[in-house]
Design a protein. Structure first.
Length: 319
C-alpha cells in the first residue's frame, strides 16, 4: 500500500529524507497510547511477514497480552513493528545501478525493455509479490528521489508509474492465485479522496494468493464501500491512505464502518505511506491493524483471525 505513493507525500512534506520516510515509526516503540477496553477493544500492530513463523509468534504474544494488560499488548506490538521496519532497511535488493537502469527504462518511450527486465526478475524469483519487493518498490522510491531533486517532471512520473501498474497486472496474470476460502473475506478500498490505487492492487493480489476472497473499491467509490460493508460479512476491511489531509475525515469513516458493518467484529486495517509516517494518527482514529506492505497486511489478517478463533474456543470451553 505504501511504496507507490511515498514519493507524492515526500514532495508535499518538503523533501523529507528517504530514511525517515521508510523507517516511519521505528523510533517510537517505547511509547504507548490507549488500546481500548470493553466493546472498544482493538488489536493494533505493524509488522512485516517475511519470517512468517517469528511474525506469528510475536503477534500471538501481543494478542494474548491484549485484554489482560492493554499497555503491555501495545508495547509488544510496537516493538515488533520497530524490529520489522528496521529489518526492512537491511533486506537485500537489486544493486542500485540495476534499479537505476530499470527506472531509466520506465522513463523511456520504448516500454519493451521494461517488460524484459520484469520477465527476467520474475524468472529468478517466481513470485509477483517478490518482484514488487525487489524491483517495483525500490524503483518507485528512486522515482520519488528524482522528483524531489527536480530531475524529472510530473508527466514523466505519471508515465513511469502507469507503466509499473501495467507491468504488475500483466505479471500477476501469469501466476494464477489459489481457489479462495469463502470463510475468509476482505474488503480493500482507498480512503475517500485518495488518488493512488496501485498499492491496493498489490495488496489485493497478495490476499488472493493467500486464499482469501477479496472485494475491492476504486478511487471515488465511497458509497460502494459502505454498501459492501453493510451487506457482506468481512473479517477485515483495509483502507489505504497516502496523504495527511485525508486522515482528518477517517475517524468518522471508521465509526460509520463499525456501526454499519454486517460483521460487528470486523478488523479495520490501515496502510499507505501516511500510515508508515504517522501510525499513531491511524491508531487514534480507530484502526485495529497497521500494515507496512502487502505481506504484512496478509500476515496481520491471518494472525488476527487465528487469535480470535483461539479466544472463541477458550470461551466455548469455559461455558
Amino acid at each position: 500500500m505504501a511504496m507507490f505513493a511515498v514519493f507524492i507525500e515526500m514532495r508535499a512534506r518538503g523533501r523529507a529524507s528517504m530514511s525517515q520516510m521508510r523507517m516511519g515509526f521505528s523510533g517510537s516503540a517505547g511509547h504507548s497510547s490507549r488500546f481500548g477496553t470493553g466493546n472498544d477493544k482493538r488489536r493494533r500492530s505493524l509488522n512485516r511477514q517475511d519470517d512468517w513463523g517469528a511474525a506469528a509468534h510475536a503477534d500471538n504474544d501481543a494478542f494474548q497480552a491484549y485484554g489482560k494488560d492493554p499497555d503491555l499488548s501495545e508495547q509488544l506490538l510496537l516493538e515488533d513493528m520497530a524490529r520489522r521496519m528496521a529489518r526492512l532497511q537491511q533486506e537485500g535488493r537489486l544493486p542500485r545501478r540495476r534499479i537505476a537502469e530499470f527506472v531509466k527504462q520506465l522513463f523511456d518511450d520504448k516500454g519493451d525493455r521494461c517488460q524484459k527486465t520484469v520477465d527476467a526478475t520474475a524468472a529468478k524469483c517466481g513470485d509477483p509479490q517478490k518482484v514488487v519487493e525487489i524491483l517495483f518498490e525500490p524503483a518507485a522510491r528512486m522515482i520519488g528521489e528524482n522528483w524531489c531533486a527536480d530531475e524529472c517532471d510530473f508527466m514523466k512520473v505519471t508515465i513511469a508509474m502507469n507503466r509499473i501498474q501495467v507491468l504488475f497486472r500483466r505479471l500477476a496474470s501469469q501466476f494464477p492465485s489459489m481457489r479462495p476460502d469463502m470463510t475468509r473475506c476482505v474488503l480493500l478500498t482507498p480512503a475517500p479522496g485518495e488518488q493512488h490505487s496501485f498499492g491496493l492492487a498489490v495488496v489485493e493480489d497478495a490476499f488472493r494468493r493467500a486464499g482469501w476472497e477479496v472485494d475491492s473499491c476504486l478511487c471515488g467509490e465511497e458509497d460502494e464501500m459502505f454498501r459492501l460493508a453493510s451487506t457482506n460479512s468481512y473479517q477485515v476491511i483495509g483502507i489505504s491512505v497516502s496523504v495527511e489531509r485525508l486522515m482528518v475525515d477517517l475517524s468518522g469513516i471508521v465509526l460509520r464502518l463499525r456501526t454499519n458493518a454486517r460483521d460487528k467484529s470486523v478488523f479495520l486495517m490501515a496502510g499507505g505511506s501516511m500510515v508508515m509516517q504517522n501510525p499513531r494518527a491511524a491508531l487514534d482514529v480507530g484502526f485495529d491493524l497497521l500494515a507496512v506492505d502487502a505481506s504484512s497486511a496478509v500476515g496481520l489478517a491471518e494472525s488476527a483471525m487465528s487469535s480470535r478463533a483461539a479466544v472463541d474456543e477458550t470461551r466455548l470451553a469455559a461455558e
